[in-house]
Design a protein around this ligand. Structure first.
Ligand code: HPA
Length: 245
């Protein structure tokens, strides 16, 4: 089963057939919201709003372990994660959709592994390619099938938030090789790998990152909302194709 993890601008997925809500608990606590189950094109999917139903959980306080565990317990085998980002690379301007292929993790202090605590064995996962190749391909194919432009590849830099970055931090991230900046991609991707779930992301560029393009002097938060609302319509179409494929 496909799981969709919705971020800012995608906290509900209306239009599911036979839609029902299920509140769950995991060994790691409660996920961000109740799970929404339903069918798209006859295929069962599960949806979870990463920041909660009321968009009240900031990136550094999301219970990533409970979210991944809840989706796994519900029977999910693959997770399409939707998240808004800032664009660092010049051609990743507002409204651009990207399926990233690499990650640099700048977050700190988050519960970021299932392999800790009483009785847990020290375990290292391979994370050379952090996103699942097959699911990335399926997302790209779904976008193509519905005529939506989406960029194939980019390095996602995960910052702690909830504040946006300084221009110097973005300049450093660019030197590091990051093309996109967001606050929720880690530890989410690593936990999915630990849990044995296929995981890939659709990043929605909401704004030029701090110090770049029209964010040269400041990031206009008012402009972000309109861009995201528009772009999420396109993301919904891609997700519908992906789910029904
Ligand atoms: N930085 C970090 N996260 C973000 C941004 C940004 O500029 N825009 C949307 N999410």
């Amino acid at each position: 089963m496909l799981a969709i993890l919705g971020g800012s601008g995608l906290s509900r997925l209306p239009g599911l057939e036979g839609m029902r809500s299920k509140s769950v608990r995991t060994a790691y606590g409660e996920p961000s919201a109740s799970l929404t189950l339903g069918r798209i094109g006859g295929r069962e999917i599960v949806f979870l709003a990463r920041h909660g139903d009321a968009h009240s959980i900031p990136p550094h306080q999301v219970n990533y372990r409970a979210n991944i565990q809840a989706l796994k317990d519900a029977g999910a085998k693959r997770i399409a994660a939707v998240a808004t980002v800032g664009g660092i690379r010049r051609d990743f301007g507002p409204g651009v959709l990207v399926v990233p292929d690499q990650i640099i993790d700048y977050t700190w202090g988050r519960a970021s592994t299932f392999y800790e605590g009483a009785g847990a064995k020290v375990t290292h996962i391979d994370f050379t390619a952090p996103y699942a190749a097959a699911l990335r391909k399926d997302i790209l194919a779904a976008a193509k099938a519905c005529g939506e432009a989406i960029a194939d590849g980019g390095c996602y830099g995960a910052t702690q938030g909830p504040r946006l970055e300084t221009a110097a931090e973005i300049a450093r991230m660019e030197r590091d090789g990051a093309d996109l900046v967001g606050m929720t991609g880690m530890p989410e991707a690593a936990l999915a790998r630990e849990a044995g779930l296929e995981y890939a992301a659709i990043n929605v560029v909401a704004n030029h990152a701090a110090g770049k393009g029209d964010s040269a002097h400041a990031i206009s938060l008012a402009a972000i909302e309109a861009v995201v609302e528009q772009a999420m319509q396109r993301v919904r179409r891609i997700l519908e194709k992906l789910a029904a494929a």
